[in-house]
Design a protein. Structure first.
Ligand code: GAL
Length: 657
């Protein structure tokens, strides 16, 4: 892992890929620890993440710290040549703490205070939690800041994972402070929230509540602001810990593990505060689309770090334990998905966890060293992967360049999936539909925020980017003026950042860019309970055939219609339009065509966007990083790609290529 840090010397920089996992030695008697180090070496492990859930063992009673066992663990790992990603252990407060201070426990929107006995049971805005967590972080950093095995700090764990938002009185007070800082006065809040509607006007900030359980639809902007506030509250948890670590060990990189496309947290605001991005990703081996979604997540992680290498911090070697049915990964699949992460910019792949637990809630979750021990398929695959990753060490630090960007915007995600909309849509499903078309063409994609720097891209896709501020509208309009190709799907540019409608045909300043106005939304009906026939949408022209999910009345101004709706009330109206504006083009797609292939072909034509392979091969992914071409077969049958035979769930990493 190469981390651009002020004080890091060349020799401090790790020049191997991270490979290892969460290591929870407290679950085992100390004689097992020797075997752990021996087997880690056999498996090619380079890094272990230690201490994630160790608070109760490190501080068994208020202020009584017991570090001897952790000294021993870190020393053994160091002696074995294994680096340590040391957690701050703040993820799960011990029972003594929350029993003495129940105010630490989170409260749900229905007013239920959650209990101890699981994990991650704390409210991010709790001052008591903060006080205890700060003391622990400081104690750990003071003790281990100079330890020779220390590679990085791992703040907390999966911030916001189980408790997305807290609705306690303490959070209500923090929410009010956050609103005051955003709006200045309550009149501005009333205006932004549109409280003239339904008699919601507030006389002072003291009257404002978190959006707790209420009779019917809550104020949409209140919901959105609470989503933003809650994401920021988790950022404050990260910041508080990172501040202490940076004060005591300014040269040690700091990260926290993200959870991919995780709705509760706007990672665009969190990522710049991490020295390197890291991510936890658990594919469902039973889901045929899992590999595409995994690729999309890897691309988001690289993009969050502005193209810098990132770490896949957790994945499972085989089954997890938290789905209703937990499919095992067939032989090869774990390797292919690990190589996929490296191909898409990861400088390491880690797993949860090193040794499979014998007790506790995760005993049926797979690990690098399974219940069966070293004489097992999983351990053999673990060791083989370690050996293979060692051969890719020269990729450490190398970056990838994409010419296509897909917009990803948490405000739009939160807004689009609120209740009281024309239809309940899935933001991720819409993004994935577009992403998949680029993926199958082996075209590398970055993600960007709507107001991000788009100057390096030839093509930008805006899938259902519902919320666009004036600045973002101008950013996209400028991208097209300067020669870019912009594609927007339905539900782009409908609302501003206060969730006020962009009146007069939606799209705001982009109306001119697209050369259209939108008059009305007409999402098709879902099958009714009576099972009666549902009229399907159909389109003609570019992308002829069935369409689904969305229809609308589009009026062209300067745009040309490349496809039209056929039949029903939309008959003959534009379904796909293209407009030339300045030096670029702006495409608008008013529905979800079953087949997007011809649309994406037409968009890419003449843009100079390159693919890692010239043609799609069913189920095969191709990515170039550095001088390697990664050919990944996600199917359960052998295939031929670029002159290489790939086994079922097999891969080839070709130098040059
Ligand atoms: C993650 C978590 C790990 C482990 C894993 C199981 O959410 O960080 O501690 O629980 O899931 O899949």
């Amino acid at each position: 892992m190469l981390v651009a840090l002020g004080g890091a010397d060349e020799e401090d920089v790790m020049d191997r890929l991270w490979y290892g996992g969460d290591y929870n030695p407290e679950q085992w008697p100390s004689p097992v620890w020797d075997e752990d180090v021996r087997l880690m070496q056999r498996a090619g492990v380079t890094v272990a993440t230690v201490g994630v859930f160790s608070w109760a063992k490190l501080e068994p009673a208020d202020g009584r710290f017991e570090f001897d066992w952790l000294d021993d663990v870190l020393d053994r790992l160091h002696a074995g040549g294994i680096r340590v990603d040391l957690a701050t252990a703040t993820a799960s407060p011990p029972p003594w703490l929350v029993l003495a201070h129940p105010d630490v426990l989170p409260v749900t929107e229905d007013g239920v205070r959650l209990s101890v006995g699981s994990r991650q049971h704390y409210n991010p805005s709790s001052a008591t939690y903060r006080r205890y967590a700060d003391r622990l972080v400081r104690a750990i950093a003071e003790r281990y800041g100079e330890h020779p095995a220390l590679e990085a700090w791992h703040v907390n764990n999966e911030l916001g994972c189980h408790v997305h938002r807290d609705y306690s009185d303490e959070s209500a007070a923090a929410f009010r402070r956050w609103l005051e800082a955003r709006y200045g006065g309550v009149e501005a809040l009333n205006e932004a929230w549109g409280t003239a509607f339904w008699s919601q006007a507030y006389g002072s900030f003291d009257e404002v509540m978190p959006p707790r359980a209420a009779p019917t639809f809550r104020n949409p902007t209140q919901l959105l602001d609470f989503d933003r506030f809650s994401s920021d509250a988790w950022l404050e948890v990260y910041r508080a810990e990172a501040r202490i670590l940076r004060e005591l060990t300014p040269d040690v990189p700091v990260t926290t593990n993200f959870m991919g496309f995780f709705k509760p947290i706007d990672y665009w605001s969190h990522a710049p505060e991490l020295d390197f991005v890291s991510d936890d990703h658990y594919v469902d081996p039973a889901d045929p689309a899992a590999a595409v979604f995994a690729a999309m997540t890897r691309d988001l992680m690289r993009s969050l770090g502005s193209g810098r290498p990132w770490i896949l911090m957790e994945q499972s070697t085989s089954a997890v334990n938290w789905r209703p049915r937990n499919a095992a990964k067939p032989p090869g699949m774990h390797r292919v998905l690990s190589l996929q992460a490296v191909a898409r910019g990861a400088d390491g792949v880690m797993q949860f966890q090193w040794r499979q637990s014998a007790a506790g809630a995760e005993k049926f979750h797979s690990a690098m060293l399974p219940h069966a021990g070293e004489d097992s398929r999983i351990f053999r695959e673990t060791a083989a992967l370690g050996e293979e990753l060692a051969t890719l060490a020269d990729l450490v630090g190398t970056r990838l360049t994409a010419k296509v960007a897909v917009l990803f915007d948490w405000d739009s995600w939160w807004a689009l999936e609120q209740p009281a909309t024309p239809a309940q849509l899935s933001y991720l499903a819409i993004v994935l539909r577009w992403y998949r078309e680029l993926w199958r063409r082996h075209v590398l994609v970055d993600f960007s925020r709507p107001d991000g720097d788009l100057s390096g891209y030839a093509v930008v896709i805006a899938p259902a980017t519902q919320v666009l501020s004036a600045g973002a509208q101008e950013n996209l309009a400028g991208f097209v003026r300067n020669g870019g190709h912009l594609v927007a799907s339905y539900q782009t540019g409908v609302l501003d950042e206060r969730l006020h409608v962009l009146l007069g045909g939606y799209l705001g300043a982009l109306r001119e860019t697209f050369g259209i106005r939108i008059e009305e939304f007409t999402p098709p009906a879902e099958p009714s309970m009576s099972g009666g026939p549902v009229p399907a949408l159909a389109i003609e022209g570019l992308a002829a055939g069935r369409a689904s999910e969305w229809g609308e009345i589009v009026r062209t101004d300067t745009a040309e219609a490349l496809a039209t709706f056929s039949g029903g009330m939309l008959d003959g109206l534009p379904a796909i339009t293209r407009n030339r504006a300045g030096d670029g083009t702006a495409w608008y797609v008013a529905t979800a065509p079953d087949d997007l292939r011809t649309v994406v072909d037409a968009v890419l034509e003449g843009t100079g966007v390159e693919a890692a392979l010239p043609h799609p091969v069913d189920g095969v992914e191709a990515v170039r990083r550095g001088d390697r071409l990664f050919l990944l077969n996600h199917t359960d049958r052998p295939v031929e790609a670029a002159g290489h035979r790939l086994d079922a769930h097999g891969a080839a990493v070709v130098t040059g290529g």
